[in-house]
Design a protein around this ligand. Structure first.
Ligand SMILES: Nc1ncnc2c1ncn2[C@@H]1O[C@H](COP(=O)(O)OP(=O)(O)OP(=O)(O)O)[C@@H](O)[C@H]1O
Ligand SMILES: [Mg+2]
Length: 256
């Protein structure tokens, strides 16, 4: 297996806060890599640097053999790297189908807010995309009328519309009701595996991590504290104490 993404020595500080303090990571082609770690550890910062939203102050990022450090988001998307956000970025006043058509149009380099909605080929592709995500039943609903789980799935569908080889997802299940969560992740994983997309996802739910990640990277104060298969990482006493103890309080805790 070859590395699709290679991060080397990434550094970025905000004032005195080291959000990235020497990040070295290879993301292997075809894998699902989970990123876990406490609030403020620098997980989103890593995604922002990889997708061009933040420029690292040091280090390099190589994607598919080409250095992309400090390039603009649009250039990075064009190379095949897409992302979803901690908070979904849908056009709230448009329907789900229109959102999908707009995402497809942006992939084709069209930014007009109207033209994409009129082109039958894009509407058709949009409906095919929504079908893969099980979202056809809500295709005609406005994005702001969706429940949180469906909104998250729709937001990821828009990233998949860009036909990425690498998709970075920032907390795809945050805010999603527990009862809905596994179904949503199952759908997501099925679509991504079918499309042979390599995925990096930030996740706070250890059940999701255990079930769907090939490898887990533990973020701590801008560094990677541990990296390995889920069974090994999630049973590591230090990880349990420093991360999982915080993420998933023992039975009887406030969030148990
Ligand atoms: N644009 C910014 N300006 C200033 N400080 C920032 C900025 N982005 C992140 N930080 C700081 O960098 C640190 C890492 O933030 P980051 O958002 O990457 O953490 P995170 O691991 O994603 O946390 P969470 O689990 O809460 O989403 C935090 O201390 C945060 O306050
Ligand atoms: Mg974050």
């Amino acid at each position: 297996m070859k590395a699709l993404l290679e991060a080397r020595g990434l550094k970025l500080a905000f004032g005195g806060v080291k959000a990235a303090d020497g990040i070295d990571l290879d993301v292997m082609e075809g894998e699902f890599l989970a990123i876990i770690g406490p609030n403020g550890a620098g997980k989103t910062t890593f995604i922002n640097m990889t997708t061009g939203y933040l420029k690292p102050q040091g280090g390099t990022i190589t994607y598919d053999g080409a250095e992309i450090t400090g390039r603009r988001p649009r250039d990075i998307v064009r190379r095949g790297v897409a992302r979803s956000f901690q908070l979904p970025q849908l056009f709230s006043e448009h329907t789900v189908e229109e959102n999908a058509a707009l995402a497809i149009a942006s992939r084709e380099g069209i930014w007009s807010p109207f033209a994409p909605l009129l082109r039958p080929a894009w509407r058709q592709e949009a409906r095919g995309l929504l079908d893969r995500f099980g979202l056809l039943p809500v295709a005609a609903q406005r994005a702001d009328a969706l429940n949180e789980g469906t909104r998250k799935l729709a937001d990821i569908a828009m990233a998949v519309a860009l036909k990425p080889r690498l998709l970075l997802m920032d907390e795809p299940t945050s805010g999603v009701a527990a009862a809905e969560k596994m179904g949503i992740v199952e759908t997501l994983v099925r679509v991504l595996r079918d499309a042979r997309v390599t995925a990096v996802f930030v996740e706070h739910d250890m059940d999701v991590v255990e079930r769907f990640a090939d490898r887990v990277a533990v973020w701590s104060q801008g560094r990677i504290a541990a990296l390995g298969p889920p069974a090994q990482i999630l049973s590591d006493p230090a990880v349990q104490r420093d991360v999982i103890g915080i993420e998933r309080p023992a039975a009887g805790g406030a969030h148990a």
